[in-house]
Design a protein around this ligand. Structure first.
Ligand code: ADP
Length: 399
């Protein structure tokens, strides 16, 4: 192209080759400079554009990583187990909660069946992959997970190549429902027994108007004792419901005085049974809470110790231990079999129903103790040996 320009501009007609060559060189140099400047300019412009685009891409990448991290954070923070699976049912993603529940850190390399051991959940994914919308389903994830969850499966996109699986943990909810059902059943059973006795006694009195006064008196005494029993049950139910639903009053309670008063109250019964009582009460131990409720705790524990002891002693102690008030009552009574120990603080749980009834027990005393102590920020416990005796204790924070 350079020679074409040369001829076109008339240099081709110069006679002397040296001048011609010089002129040719000069033109080439000028042209070269111009071309080089243009090339440099274009290259600089290109570089700027590439740099701008690279910076923009990095920005977009950072933003998408931030969004991804936010979504992961959101999914991990939810109290729901979340999976992303493909149409074959292979797990591509599982959130933190799912990893915690299913106890593995490699869920994303397994099938949903291998990850959760749930055939029902696998079938939900299969039916979604076949174009259906499986309804919400409650699934029991058996051993080793022992969980119950509400499962939902839905497509991630209209192509139905991937699916979201979410499982909401309803284990605690179902457990509470079971506890409530058992409680209602227990209450109605506990009420039915004395009411049936009262009815039977009243019928007998009605059917035998000519019965000797002594016999009628015995029936009426039985009626009275069953009414007392009903009253105790309803009082205990009220105490339990109060301890469960309301925070305790925040008064200053001299626990040392309250304990002495409770021991005083129980000692007459202990004496009648020939049981020795001993007490080691550190004075001036003050806690914060409801005096009425704490008195009930002390009386329930002391009454049990006396009720379940036929001979020997009941010893009570109250001390400051590690910044807490620690109350213990030790008896030399019938003791509690080790298999029953974990359950005796449950409502209506009794080791020996007949013995508990005979001593006027409702089966609610220890659960009231635990609820009241815990609502006051304390702890309860028991150690016991069958036929040797028991040691019940509770701690409360000092005021
Ligand atoms: P109850 O009204 O039947 O005494 P509690 O809730 O107070 O109910 O106690 C639950 C069960 O724990 C009792 O039925 C009894 O079997 C057992 N228990 C409680 N305290 C003692 C104790 N000091 N010695 C032996 N067994 C006890």
């Amino acid at each position: 192209m350079a020679s074409a320009l040369l001829f076109a501009s008339g240099f081709g007609g110069l006679a002397r080759p040296r001048e011609t060559a010089l002129a040719f060189g000069a033109v080439l140099a000028v042209l070269g400079t111009v071309v080089l400047r243009d090339v440099r300019k274009s290259a600089a412009e290109c570089r700027t554009t590439v740099e701008r685009l690279t910076a923009k891409a990095a920005l977009l990448e950072a933003e998408s990583q931030k969004n991804r991290a936010a979504l992961d954070g959101l999914a991990d923070g939810l109290d729901v187990w979340i999976f992303l699976v493909d149409a074959k049912g292979d797990v591509l993603y599982a959130n933190e909660r799912a990893h915690q529940v299913f106890g593995r850190n490699d869920l994303a390399s397994r099938s949903i069946l291998a990850a959760t051991f749930s055939r029902e959940l696998t079938e939900m994914v299969q039916s979604a992959a076949q174009g259906q919308d499986p309804p919400l389903l409650e699934i029991v994830f058996g051993s080793p997970y022992d969980k119950t969850g509400m499962a939902r499966v839905w497509p991630e996109s209209p192509e139905r190549s991937h699916f979201f699986v979410s499982v909401t943990d309803v284990t605690d909810l179902r457990r509470l429902e079971r506890v409530r059902r058992d409680f209602v059943a227990n209450v109605s059973h506990e009420l039915r027994t004395p009411m049936a006795t009262i009815r039977a006694m009243a019928e007998t009195i009605l059917d035998e108007p000519e019965a000797p006064v002594e016999a009628s008196r015995r029936y009426l005494e039985k009626v009275m004792s069953e009414i007392d029993r009903l009253t105790r049950i309803s009082n205990d139910l009220l105490a339990l419901s109060k301890a469960e639903s309301k925070p305790p009053a925040q008064g200053r309670v001299d626990l040392s005085e309250t304990a002495n008063a409770a021991i005083q109250q129980i000692s007459a019964k202990a004496k009648r049974k020939g049981i020795k009582t001993g007490s080691d009460i550190e004075p001036g131990i003050i806690v914060t809470g409801s005096e009425e409720q704490l008195t009930q705790v002390l009386l329930n524990l002391l009454e049990n110790a006396v009720n379940y002891t036929t001979e020997g002693s009941v010893d009570v102690a109250l001390h400051r231990v590690d910044g807490s008030a620690e109350f213990t009552v030790v008896d030399t009574g019938i003791g509690i079999p080790s298999e029953d120990l974990p359950r005796i603080f449950e409502r209506f749980y009794r080791v020996d129903k007949a013995r508990s009834r005979a001593s006027g027990g409702t089966g609610l005393g220890l659960s009231i103790v635990r609820h009241i102590v815990e609502s006051h920020g304390g702890k309860t416990g028991v150690e016991s040996r069958l036929n040797e005796g028991s040691r019940f204790w509770f701690t409360l924070p000092l005021a």
